[in-house]
Design a protein around this ligand. Structure first.
Ligand code: PBG
Length: 339
């Protein structure tokens, strides 16, 4: 007897029947029977960029097919998204004016607050998630208040809590803090509970890495920091155990869904988080992941549709229950075609 290659499995001897793993791959019906991961439109959350003004729609040059849109266009887009069978959108706001303390973020009449009201009026069944951060609203492009060389934590989370409250008052179904400051989930949970929003869930960007893959987003959201970077709050790409500590902390503070971001370079983190905590787990397939596929496909170097589906399937296989992705509409169309 040979020792098994994998403990617990049998090794093949000369007299044993030949093991053919290809048998279940021979036809599409067989492949579909043994398929372990199935993408669904229910997995998708579609990110949208909302700007001030009327009848404005401008493509983001580094993100083909992704637009900055004024509220009227956003509402129309949301009607389409709902019709396609995608359950949720996440809103990012680009205000007309920015200042040192990101006032536009927690203004009751701010851009995300306006868009949320308009969407919930027109398409009430669509789940509206709002991104809670200051970077799109501050003149310096940082996610919080800056004093000297420091992006300060405790004052910033008070502002984030106010932002989350005004989003919720405008009708948001869920809030998603993306700053990575300490204690923000607790601050948001407390202010929501105190104001009668006990049932509004928090999706926390729990393990968010300081990533080069956010480049195209910062063009879309006009949120590139004017000096410095985000390494004092976002995670070091080299770390994995620390991601578990971040996620655990957010769960303790009251996060209902935990997110790993970006997705494809961090599939191991998604798997560890899912296995360890068993929480509803989201993965953000970020702008750079999207734009790389688009650029290579435009050059004829890869089959864009095929790589898109493979990428999303891989993210789900790694353990994500839901995927925030700019591919949501295109991938939904492919899923419809496959039916
Ligand atoms: C911060 C935020 C960022 C993204 C989502 N929320 C950018 C950042 O941290 O600089 C990136 C998303 C993407 O790249 O698609 N508000």
């Amino acid at each position: 007897m040979q020792t098994p290659l994998v403990p617990g499995t049998y090794s093949r001897t000369e007299t044993e029947p030949f093991k053919r793993l290809r048998r279940t791959r021979m036809t599409e019906p067989l492949r579909s029977m043994v398929r372990e991961t199935e993408l669904s439109k229910n997995d998708f959350i579609y990110p949208l960029f909302v700007v001030e003004g009327k009848n404005f729609k401008k493509e983001v040059s580094s993100m083909p097919g992704v637009y900055q849109m004024s509220v009227d266009h956003i509402v129309r887009e949301c009607v389409d998204v709902k019709k396609m069978g995608i359950p949720a959108v996440i809103l990012f706001g680009i205000p007309k004016e920015k200042d040192e303390v990101g006032s536009g973020a927690y203004d009751e009449l701010g851009i995300v607050q306006q868009a949320t009201r308009a969407i919930k009026k027109e398409v009430p069944e669509l789940v509206v998630i709002t991104d809670v951060c200051l970077c799109e609203y501050t003149s310096h492009g940082h996610c919080g208040i800056v004093r000297g060389n420091e992006i300060v934590n405790d004052e910033s989370i008070e502002l984030l809590a106010k932002e989350a409250l005004t989003h919720t008052q405008a009708g948001a179904d869920m809030v998603a803090p993306s700053d990575m400051f300490d204690g923000r989930v607790k601050a948001i949970r407390s202010i929501l509970d105190e104001n009668g929003f006990k049932n509004i869930p928090i999706m926390s960007y729990a393990a968010k890495y300081a990533s080069g893959f956010y480049g195209p987003f910062r063009e879309a959201a006009e949120s590139t920091p004017h000096f410095g970077d985000r390494r004092s709050h976002q995670m070091d790409p080299a770390n994995s155990n620390e991601a578990l500590r971040e996620v655990e902390q957010d769960i303790i503070e009251g996060a209902d869904i935990v997110m790993v971001k970006p997705a494809t370079p961090y599939l191991d983190i998604i798997r560890r988080v899912k296995d360890r905590f068993g929480m509803p787990t989201a993965a953000y397939n970020v702008s750079g992941e999207f734009s790389m596929v688009k650029a290579a496909a435009q050059n004829g170097w890869i089959d864009g549709e095929r790589v898109m589906m493979e990428m999303l399937t891989g993210i789900k296989r790694a353990g994500a229950d839901m995927i925030l992705t700019y591919f949501a509409k295109e991938a939904s169309a492919v899923l419809d075609k496959q039916k």
